[in-house]
Design a protein around this ligand. Structure first.
Ligand SMILES: NC(=O)c1ccc[n+]([C@@H]2O[C@H](COP(=O)([O-])OP(=O)(O)OC[C@H]3O[C@@H](n4cnc5c(N)ncnc54)[C@H](O)[C@@H]3O)[C@@H](O)[C@H]2O)c1
Length: 257
């Protein structure tokens, strides 16, 4: 167990990559604050962690709502003490063509994926300053670097959080707060299933085959592949990694054609 002193808030941890990250921190002995928009899924992840002997509390909140974020961090502090670690994982992934992009979906995507990172990070910085240091990891995406049709708002937010990571890393080093991000490729979660489900029936199988063919390792990622990177970034072994964007995509972005 490497992270027994850490008190970690993980957003969007009710399923998928976030749940896997929450379970990984709990296995390392951290106290885990399991955020999600959906109270039932936050509770379900919390119960899984407790059943395995870990420490966790459910913290339902919308990361795009400042008041809810502040209340969540206050509750975390009351339960475990000031937060040492934040994993910005919550994400919303809609698909629409740019020319017809619905403005309300644009607003919701930015509120969750970009402003949510701002709210959670800014409140977490107060806690980490009080603790004398900390670590922030944001789950970006390969869409920050190269993208696909239909992802106008999503790709913009992911490029945005990579940029926010650099700025925060530059400013917060003097407080011993390291700030990094991880850019997953295709990870087998309900989020990836929703992408395939969004395609017309006659395109789905071909899209699956194409996406798989872009992976030199011959498989999609597992949530645990990302959780391992995030946990590593929050250990002392990563003490000199700051302002980095770690790509964990099985080699997908290495391809030109
Ligand atoms: N799965 C992939 O292939 C993949 C690839 C690259 C990046 N990512 C990123 O990884 C993260 C997790 O992806 P996933 O596939 O596990 O997604 P997912 O859709 O399975 O889970 C996302 C979770 O975030 C929660 N959430 C959504 N909006 C929220 C809000 N406003 N406040 C709090 N919680 C909210 C959802 O309820 C859900 O439980 C996302 O940021 C996503 O963009 C995923």
């Amino acid at each position: 167990m490497e992270l027994q002193e850490q008190i970690v808030v993980i957003t969007g941890a009710g399923q998928g990559i976030g749940r896997s990250i929450a379970e990984a921190f709990a296995r390392e002995g951290s106290a885990v604050v399991v955020n999600d928009l959906h109270a039932e899924s936050a509770q379900a992840s919390t119960e899984l962690i407790r059943a395995a002997g870990g420490r966790a509390v459910a913290a339902p909140a919308d990361v795009g709502d400042r008041a809810q974020v502040e209340a969540m961090f206050a509750a975390a502090k009351a339960e475990f003490g000031a937060v040492t670690t934040l994993v910005n994982n919550a994400g919303y992934v809609p698909y629409h063509p740019a020319a017809d992009y619905p403005p309300d979906i644009w607003d919701r995507t930015l509120a969750t994926n970009l402003t949510g990172v701002f709210h959670c990070s800014q409140v977490a910085i107060q806690h980490m300053t009080e603790r004398g240091g900390g670590s922030i990891v944001t789950i970006a995406s390969v869409h920050a670097s190269a993208t696909l049709p239909g992802t106008l708002a999503y790709a913009a937010t992911k490029a945005g959080v990579v940029s926010m990571t650099r700025t925060m890393a530059l400013e917060l080093g003097e407080r011993s707060i390291r700030v990094n991000c991880v850019s997953p490729g295709a990870i087998a979660t309900d989020g990836l299933k929703a992408y395939f489900d969004s395609l017309p029936d006659d395109e789905r199988a071909a899209a699956h085959t194409t996406l798989m063919s872009w992976h030199p390792l011959g498989r999609f990622g597992k949530p645990e592949d990302i959780a391992d990177v995030v946990v590593y970034l929050c250990t002392e072994r990563a003490a000199f990694i700051n302002g980095a964007n770690i790509v964990a995509d099985g080699g997908m972005l290495a391809r030109l054609f």
